[in-house]
Design a protein around this ligand. Sequence first.
Ligand SMILES: [Fe+2]
Length: 378
Amino acid sequence: MRKWISFPIQEGEVSRQAHCDLPAGTYERELGREGFFGPVSHMHHKHPPTGWIDWEGPLRPRAFDLTKLDSRDASPWDAPLLMHNPKMQMRFWHCHTSMSMLVRNSDGDELLFIHEGSGELFCDYGHLSIRDGDYLMIPRGTAWRLEVAEPMQILMIENTDSAYQLPDKGMLGSNAIFDPAVMDYPRINERFRAQQDDSQWQVHIKRLNQVSKVTFPFNPLDAIGWHGDNTVVRINWRDIRPLMSHRYHLPPSAHTTFVGNGFVVCTFCPRPIESDPGALKVPFYHNNDDYDEILFYHRGNFFSRDNIHAGMMTLHPCGFAHGPHPKALKKSFDNPATFTDEVAVMIDTRQAVEVDAAAFAVEEPAYVNSWQSPGKQD
Ligand SMILES: [Fe+2]
């Protein structure tokens, strides 16, 4: 890939480069198209773009405390829907007991992110042990079940319009971020063969969000072998070696882990914080005006946010700027941390998401005001 040399317009007082050496006392806002890949401008404001003092109407930044969702559903298809659009739907599933049935998703690929707990996956392709921090990509049409070792909390991100793929890593090369060799897949092993029995098993198939139940007089997970390249894939965030630049705050797209049709799934992993004196050290304010942004906070200290704890989820729809909370921004100037220990999953969707009743039930309505208090922008 080559690009012609071209120059950005510069108007008024500006920094020489984005996210670095901002004019004194100013707040930088990025206005970008196509999720950090299209035309972009950086504006230098006298006030923080999140400095609103009142907000009316349904469009707003929202936060949800998923730790308050306490339904314990035997089937993932009973887990409450949180958000959806025509390409993607998300659920949060408390899986506390081993599944007594098989399930199969005929609506799309399923991406499970194991927020808490551990257990064993049995599926058409064999057996795989799973733990917290795992992504488990289950292709559409795969029959599967979980055996619980420690009760699990699982974020389910369903890709209803395509198969999950990996991002193009461009000039970084194919081994960057994570080497494909760390992707695990289920095995036909002793444990898998031991669960093959002639008991009666049901398969709960989800199609058009309705469940049909098919009964077999044997366990359908009875393969003795398979070959091919369509299978369940597991990646743990601990195997991701995130990109960073000590002189430039990279956009979220640098942390893309999976790509769907119309949305991406990114992983923010622990990494050093920018050390260059002139470089921004917290996420820049931005209007990502072609994408709605969903963040799920898995563990650690969420360095750009106040009042957010593990198990929470935020939604920043397009239409207004978002960025760091005042306390975090002030700390990044006065006493910047040297390392971030946060782990978070971001889902950026091209089409607007609609929030479902289960998420509204655990919404923190004061979130829209959280950029004002307690310390204003001082
Ligand atoms: Fe964003």
